[in-house]
Design a binder for this molecule. Structure first.
Ligand SMILES: [Zn+2]
Length: 280
């Protein structure tokens, strides 16, 4: 069985991250410096170099302000999926508000790409039972909001009965698919191995060894990252809480070359979008 890597990108800008929320509440977004087009183009160039087809979970707010980058990603052959509109945690919204945020994001992305949007990822992996039922109502085929690294305080849990459809793909009671972020099980513990800040923190050789272990047992690995994680020239917010500052900026300067080495190391694998993997 050929090994498959699913690269996913949460398309949001540096000031929209939960760890920076105290300095950049939603009211400040309109006046914040947008850097997402340049940082996304760096990633697109890297993906082209390594023949990677990825999935971009785009924030509706970004699609509204930068529709061109959504088109560009789509024209490069990547899948556009949804990250909601305003990046509010699903477990803090009423059903009506969550439903509205999801529908608004989906409609906008579909009008920009002229394509159906199949997938959704909750901000900060804040999956809830309500979210799973709402997604089905709005015509989504899959969700990718579950991260089983339970030590992170904002991650949600996956409720209900799920059956394994194939490696890395679960099917829920209502027919919705789930594509969880993949972590590493080591000595009976779940180690955060899905990407993001953990990818920046762990030396690439060790990270690659962990991914190899996952691929050897499961043949499939799902990775996530954000364009701002490859943008060392973004404004530095000095007043941030020390732990949030560490999480946001650790190894940001070397991350693009690290990603290059990571993709090169796994060049024998196939890289495909989430929707392609579900429907192949
Ligand atoms: Zn996000």
């Amino acid at each position: 069985m050929q090994k498959t890597i699913l690269i996913t990108v949460d398309l949001e800008d540096w000031f929209q991250v939960e760890n920076l929320r105290s300095c950049f509440p939603h009211e400040k977004w309109e006046k914040s410096l947008l850097r997402i087009e340049a940082s996304t183009r760096n990633l697109l160039a890297l993906f082209k170099k390594h023949h990677v087809k990825a999935t971009f979970f785009a924030l509706g707010w970004i699609a509204k302000h930068c529709p061109e980058i959504i088109k560009e990603i789509s024209e490069n052959g990547h899948e556009i999926a949804s990250h909601g509109f305003n990046h509010e945690l699903c477990n803090t919204l009423s059903r009506a508000k969550l439903s509205q945020d999801i529908q608004r994001g989906k409609e906008l992305l579909e009008s920009i790409t002229n394509q159906q949007i199949f997938g959704y990822r909750a901000p900060n992996f804040s999956v809830t039972e309500e979210l799973i039922s709402i997604l089905k109502d709005h015509g989504f085929i899959y969700d990718s909001s579950f991260n089983d690294f339970s030590a992170h305080e904002r991650y949600g849990s996956l409720p209900g009965e799920w059956t394994v459809e194939k490696p890395g793909l679960l099917k829920g009671y209502n027919g919705l698919y789930e594509m969880p972020v993949r972590n590493l099980n080591l000595w009976g513990r779940t180690m955060p191995w899905g990407g993001g800040g953990y990818f920046r923190l762990i030396p690439v050789r060790i990270f690659n060894m962990g991914v190899e272990k996952i691929l050897n047992s499961d043949h499939t690995y799902l990775f996530y990252c954000h364009p701002w994680e490859f943008d060392p020239d973004q404004p530095r917010i000095r007043s941030l809480r020390r732990d949030y500052r560490f999480r946001h900026y650790v190894n940001i300067g070397s991350n693009l070359s690290k990603m290059d080495r990571f993709l090169h190391h796994f060049s024998g694998c196939r890289f495909m979008s989430c929707h392609e993997y579900i429907t192949e």
